[in-house]
Design a protein around this ligand. Structure first.
Ligand code: PAF
Length: 304
């Protein structure tokens, strides 16, 4: 029977572990060696949807354990993906399935280069979920999840378990476009909200920020087109404004990272975008200024 190991048990990792288990797929949570739940060997996640609370019991396993992993779901922050997989690499079956479900681009190639034997897939989700406690998450907004593998038309057999999830989840024949579109939207929203310490909606409400979003979108679009991603960046500004409006009260993941004193994903978002721009001889001064400003934010310092 298929068993998924979950690496990165934050909001997204906790949500997918719970949904998979609810749909009958067994999951094991991979925890840091210092995690107190490891003493019990099990851990519980509480998932809130509106007024209803659901509890899910999971097997817990330390990364350093020896039992083999056949299916690995990676939901860490982009910058943690390589070290996190390295920590469990000794457990991965030679042809293990690895599904990377994180923001950003660039780490996919790094994983494939370092572990070419793995069967690597990528995913992108717009499910609205946030943490309410150490193992408590709130599924606040319904979205959709797309999974794919560059160049692969049809879904592999293991994906049947994902089609059974009680959310909108599908196979994408063009996951690169999906990931690029998400990158473009994240680049236009996340760094600005992190710098201004504002919920997403303020990017539309404050005229000077709305103008900046427009300028960022124009640069991102130019790079996308040069990189052969016309489809991903068509109507970019309209798409970005729609996401801002749909998530008006949300704090972006990057703002949450800054407020919590965590490292941000900026290198795999704006950093990756600018690297693509350099490759195609396209300058993006507005995005470059945001990259520098986000990097200059001292960890734990509240943004202005
Ligand atoms: O990273 C995020 O926070 C989200 O993907 C989104 C919707 C782009 C901004 O809140």
């Amino acid at each position: 029977m298929q068993r998924w190991h979950i690496l990165g048990v934050g909001a997204i990792g906790g949500l997918f572990a719970s949904l998979l288990q609810e749909a009958g797929t067994r999951c094991t949570l991979l925890l840091r060696d210092s995690d107190p739940d490891l003493a019990e060997g099990t851990t519980c996640i509480t998932l809130r949807r509106g007024e209803r609370l659901h509890s899910y019991q999971f097997e817990a396993s330390a990364s350093a354990d020896a039992s083999p992993i056949s299916h690995l779901l990676v939901c860490t922050k982009a910058q943690d993906i390589i070290p996190a997989i390295a920590g469990v690499a000794h457990r991965l079956a030679p042809d293990a399935v690895v599904l990377l479900l994180a923001n950003g681009l660039g780490y996919q190639q790094q994983v494939r280069a370092r572990w070419p034997q793995l069967d690597c897939f990528s995913g992108s989700t717009t499910e609205g979920v946030f943490r309410e406690g150490r193992r408590a998450i709130c599924h606040a907004g319904r979205g959709s999840t797309l999974v794919g593998q560059p160049g692969r038309e049809t879904a592999p057999g293991w994906f049947d378990a994902w089609l059974a999830l009680p959310i909108q989840c599908g196979w994408s024949r063009d996951i690169d476009t999906v990931l690029w579109r998400k990158l473009a939207i994240n680049c236009a929203i996340n760094p600005l909200t992190a710098l201004h310490g504002c919920p997403n909606g303020e990017l539309a409400q404050r005229a000077e920020l709305a103008a900046l979003v427009g300028e960022l979108c124009a640069e991102i679009r130019a790079i996308g087109i040069a990189a052969g991603q016309e489809q991903a960046v068509s109507d970019l500004q309209t798409q970005v404004m729609a996401v801002i409006s749909a998530t008006a009260n949300n704090r972006s993941s990057m703002l949450q990272d800054v407020l919590a004193g965590r490292e941000t994903e900026i290198d795999y978002l704006t950093g990756h975008l600018l690297a693509q721009g350099r490759e195609h001889g396209i300058e993006a001064p507005r995005n470059a200024a945001l990259l520098a400003a986000v990097k200059a934010l001292r960890a734990g310092t509240r943004p202005a």
